[in-house]
Write a protein that binds this ligand. Structure first.
Ligand code: FAD
Length: 231
């Protein structure tokens, strides 16, 4: 591990230098395995890459949120100093977007579910892809928005991107378009503006399942609705 960026009170970006350059696609994940005190064997969890392969394939960014009472994420967020050797395997997964997938692209994420979605946005930006994208992103409040500055920076140069924040624990912050959990009415509004051909949903299983159902009810082909459940 070669660097840490504090993103929010509970999420850090870990910059990991891979033992050898490794090709991966925007949206994929790796497995990270670490020793845990009191456990006979190392414990493994999946973590999406938040960076894009266009930024290099030697150092990758993982956006890791501390799950209260969890075994692995609290160690990665609170107790993994720069220089720590991590066992990392991958890449895995087909939650990926490439230019041939085209668009418009609807991205829906809650909490750390934004990690692979940001990888996709960064990839599209770096590739100069001419495709409309909208991100619907749920956070507790402004201070829990992961990649806040990076998303603003991208928005300032990417007229093809729209970002809709919803804050679930702050009813007043006008930076958010909505102040409730992601629901089908919210999805329908953004769907109406974007007319997406492909959608990516990432986060807690219940949110992912509800958003999938909402998109299919709006007429999307289930094959064009990709999801990644963080369970
Ligand atoms: C493909 C994929 C990609 C992912 N990418 C990311 C990512 O980019 N960023 C990210 O932050 N996360 C990501 N995740 C989630 C991540 O893999 C872990 O699930 C998460 O970090 C929690 O792991 P943990 O070891 O800290 O918690 P765990 O030890 O798995 O515990 C999870 C929760 O269950 C509770 N629990 C555990 N055991 C018990 C028990 N016996 N009884 C009651 N409660 C219990 C814990 O208290 C805790 O609240 C991803 C998951 C998948 C599947």
């Amino acid at each position: 591990m070669v660097g840490v960026v504090v993103e929010t009170p509970e999420t850090n970006t870990l910059k990991v230098r891979l033992s050898q350059p490794t090709a991966y696609l925007a949206g994929q994940y790796f497995n990270i395995r670490i020793p845990i005190e009191g456990r006979p064997r190392p414990i493994q969890r999946a973590y999406s890459v938040g960076s894009s392969p266009t930024e290099g394939i030697e150092i990758v960014d993982f956006g890791i949120r501390e799950t209260e009472g969890g075994l692995v994420s609290p160690v990665l967020v609170r107790n993994t100093p720069i220089g720590t050797k991590l066992e990392v395997r991958g890449p895995y997964g087909d939650f990926t977007w490439q230019e041939m997938d085209q668009g418009p692209v609807l991205l829906i994420g809650a909490g750390s579910g934004v990690v692979p979605l940001k990888s996709i946005i960064r990839y599209a930006l770096d590739k100069g892809a001419d495709v409309k994208m909208a991100l619907l992103y749920s956070s507790k409040s402004a201070e829990y928005v992961i990649y806040d500055q990076e998303l603003r920076d991208i928005l300032s140069v990417a007229p093809w991107l729209k970002v809709f924040h919803t804050f679930t624990r702050d009813a007043n912050d006008t930076k958010a378009h909505y102040h409730r959990r992601i629901d089908k009415e919210m999805i329908a509004e953004i769907f109406g503006q974007l007319d997406p051909k492909i959608a990516y949903i990432c986060g807690p299983p219940e949110m992912v399942e509800d958003a999938e159902a909402a998109l299919i009810a709006l007429g999307m082909d289930p094959k064009m609705v990709k999801s990644e459940k963080y369970d």
